[in-house]
Design a protein around this ligand. Structure first.
Ligand code: SIN
Ligand code: MN
Length: 269
């Protein structure tokens, strides 16, 4: 596999707002991504968040800046070529990256949301000319909180979110990463959209890649299983679409200020 999307895959992505490609990375490659993720989870830093219990790691951000392995995998043709095709230019960079841990039995919910709500209102990104590529580091099953998406919901554009009144403060961005999200999709919108097109559950083997639109409605439930559901998500944005943040903007580990275009380079694990 060169990595490029077929015309059919591209059309499916455009109409559904997501595309699931099974087993893109080989088991040995997944092992090396998992080892790199676990090394980052052990590092205490503001880019690492924990669950409500205060101890279980929830996510680590900006892994492409803190790990050689993740810095390399984002340039591999299996990641970068689809990003080029979807964004429509060879000039893309990573706006945000994170590895969600969704730990066995402890991994908490991600409420229904649209990513672009945060990127537009908090980061100052003008257009949703971006794409998420998520690598499943564990098999996602019906039991461990797979990502759920509402097919076609990206075509609604940016919807008025329900807003949790958590107050504005210098660290209000913490409410963008926790189980109680700042902006969520309104229940009436979720009901209408899912009645029309149902809900897709992105279950797949480890090493699969899920591509999804910045405006698709998505979320995930708690992990009820005894296995983790780790997933690394890379948000590729067009260089010309570099956000202009209102004020100081969110920390760099949530909204990159570096927009050098990524060069293709095969990663061999
Ligand atoms: C996300 O929406 O950023 C991720 C949700 C998940 O990991 O399930
Ligand atoms: Mn999201």
């Amino acid at each position: 596999m060169t990595g490029a999307l077929s015309q059919e895959e591209l059309e499916q992505y455009r109409s559904q707002g997501y595309l699931l490609r099974n087993s893109v990375f080989a088991p040995e490659e997944v092992d090396s991504l998992v080892a790199a993720a676990e090394a980052l989870y052990r590092v205490d830093s503001p880019a690492r968040t924990v669950e409500r219990d205060g101890v279980t790691v929830r996510a680590v951000h900006a892994c492409h800046t803190s790990s050689d392995v993740f810095a390399a995998v984002i340039k591999d043709p299996r990641m970068l070529l689809p990003a080029h095709q979807i964004v429509g230019t060879d000039s893309v960079y990573i706006h945000q990256s994170k590895i969600n841990a969704k730990r066995a039995l402890e991994g908490d919910v991600w409420q229904w949301h649209q990513d672009f709500t945060y990127w537009h209102w908090e980061d100052g990104m003008r257009a949703p000319n971006a794409v998420n590529l998520a690598i499943l580091l564990d098999a996602a099953t019906e039991f461990n909180g797979p990502l759920l998406l509402v097919p076609g919901s990206h075509r609604q554009g940016l919807m008025d979110p329900a807003r949790r009144d958590s107050g504005a403060g210098p660290e209000s961005w913490k409410n963008h990463l926790a189980a109680d999200l700042e902006y969520t999709v309104q229940v009436k919108d979720l009901a209408e959209l899912s009645e029309e097109s149902g809900i897709f559950s992105a279950t797949a083997p480890a090493g699969s890649v899920l591509l999804f639109d910045p405006q698709i409605v998505h979320g995930s439930g708690v992990n009820m299983s005894p296995i983790d559901r780790r997933m690394a998500i890379f948000s590729y944005n067009e260089v010309a679409n570099l956000p202009v943040p209102p004020g100081d903007g969110r920390p760099k580990f949530l909204s990159s200020r570096e927009a050098a275009p990524l060069e293709l380079a095969a990663w061999t694990g």
